[in-house]
Write a protein that binds this ligand. Structure first.
Ligand code: SF4
Length: 451
């Protein structure tokens, strides 16, 4: 049986599985976790620790049809300004609650379009953040940048605030595909943003690219990948387009009949991977690439790479605090998510409270299962006894989680001395294998295709 037939047989082309940027995944969050719980979890952070902050800006000037992000369109800056007021209120509440001597190891602004913020807002917001917790030595400050929504003044303001890592959304450079997905963006505009950031000394750039878009062919994908390579990004995230119009209504504008088949998606991914690798990029986990000298490649080689809501990271902080509407925080005790609707979020923070509306307190073997899943998706292997011992659990418990896996997904894994390894030709199945360690019921409709 050839490898494609084997991958098909094991469900790669039919399955919908989580991306596992958290475990349990967000659909399993529930009520019962509120502002008081979050206050207690924040107070329990040891004095002098490093934490990470994620700040969500749920506004865009345009709403791209392919995008399933939680964001709203705006043609003026007044709702954005009011939202920045709310973020500063939330930061003031955080400052009051944080223990002594906390510094930030990773700060990320995502969205939506954080670069909608004008220079005054960028300055105000960054001051409020660093008043709550300053950046620690060697900290990373990254921002998602829409090349259509950035100019010299905003780049200057971001760099003055400490930006040292930028992530640019591209998706695809083909004008016809851009039209069909509702996101026009010329190569020249993207290059101008890249050049502007580099000229200001931003040392690390990431580009997001999508495979599986309508009308993507081998030739068009090759052309987009070559254009990306010509910009010499330090990292590339190559995500599969998730077509879920029943969840993201604007995706119903995307012509379903023009979407590549699952087999074509695998081919588009594979050819892109080959081009990146041939150009000297290291393959990172299931969907990232980085220059060998980049910190992510180093973390992968050292076995210290982690997976969080932004994807792969070298950040080792145990606490990630999400600020803004719908943001998710992770604590050693569990997850907490802010109210998704901007109005509800703003109402809560205006009253001086944390805006937590739901979450999940870890229970049973959640942490153990989560670590195994994370290891499989970061390293394609999991040292089950070592993971268990690191968490104070019995190694036999971790080994038992893998019982039956080799029979359920034959030929995909090996188990030697407790180290579970995904075979190289079964790596496209990594999320399906990870799913084996997920104890929660899954509604497939809420997840993306396995390839
Ligand atoms: S892709 Fe970016 S700019 Fe477009 S809708 Fe999504 S978040 Fe907004």
């Amino acid at each position: 049986m050839d490898n494609l037939t084997q991958l098909r047989k094991l469900g790669l082309f039919d399955a919908r599985v989580p991306r596992y940027t958290s475990y349990p995944t967000a659909p399993h969050f529930a009520g019962g976790i509120g502002g008081e719980t979050v206050s207690n979890w924040i107070r329990a952070i040891p004095d002098g620790s490093q934490i990470s902050l994620y700040l969500h800006v749920p506004f865009c000037r345009r709403l791209c049809w392919f995008c399933a992000c939680r964001t709203q369109g705006t043609s003026t800056l007044s709702p954005v300004e009011a939202y920045v007021d709310s973020l500063t209120q939330e930061l003031a509440a955080l400052k009051k609650t944080l223990p002594e001597g906390i510094t930030i190891s990773h700060l990320h602004w995502g969205g939506g379009t954080p670069t909608l913020l004008d220079p005054t807002m960028i300055d105000r917001l960054s001051r409020a953040i660093f008043d709550a917790a300053p950046l620690g030595d060697g900290a990373q400050f990254s921002v998602e940048i829409d090349p259509n929504e950035i100019d010299d003044a905003r780049m200057d303001a971001l760099v003055a605030a400490g930006l040292n890592r930028a992530s640019l959304g591209v998706q695809d450079f083909d004008p016809m595909i851009q039209e069909v997905i509702g996101r026009p963006q010329s190569f020249e505009i993207t290059k101008a943003a890249v050049d502007g950031l580099r000229a200001r000394g931003v040392p690390s750039l990431n580009i997001d690219l999508l495979y599986g878009l309508p009308h993507q062919t081998r030739a068009r994908m090759t052309d987009s990948v070559k254009k990306v390579i010509s910009l010499k990004p330090d990292r590339i995230a190559l995500f599969g387009y998730a077509h879920v119009p029943w969840m993201a209504r604007r995706q119903s504008l995307i012509p379903t009949e023009a979407l590549p088949s699952p087999e074509d998606r695998l081919e588009l991914y594979s050819l892109s991977r080959d081009l990146f690798v041939a150009d000297g990029y290291d393959e990172i986990g299931i969907d990232h690439f980085s220059r060998p000298e980049d910190g992510l490649a180093t973390a992968q080689k050292n076995g210290t790479m982690r997976r969080n809501f932004q994807g792969y990271t070298e950040d080792s902080a145990e606490v990630l605090i999400g600020l803004g509407a719908s943001s998710i925080s992770r604590f050693p005790q569990g997850y907490a998510q802010n109210a998704p609707a901007t109005s509800a979020y703003q109402e809560r923070v205006r009253a001086g409270q944390f805006a937590t509306s739901r979450g999940h307190a870890f229970t049973g073997y959640d942490i153990l299962r989560g670590r195994v899943i994370e290891a499989l998706l970061c390293d394609f292997e999991a040292d089950l006894p070592a993971i268990a011992r690191g968490l104070g659990e019995d190694p036999a418990t971790a080994l038992a989680l893998a019982d039956g896996l080799a029979e359920t997904l034959p030929g995909t894994v090996s188990l030697d001395d407790g180290v579970l390894s995904i075979r190289p030709d079964a790596r496209p199945l990594a999320r399906i294998i990870a799913r084996y360690f997920d104890a929660y019921e899954m509604n497939e409709a809420g997840h993306s295709q396995a390839v």
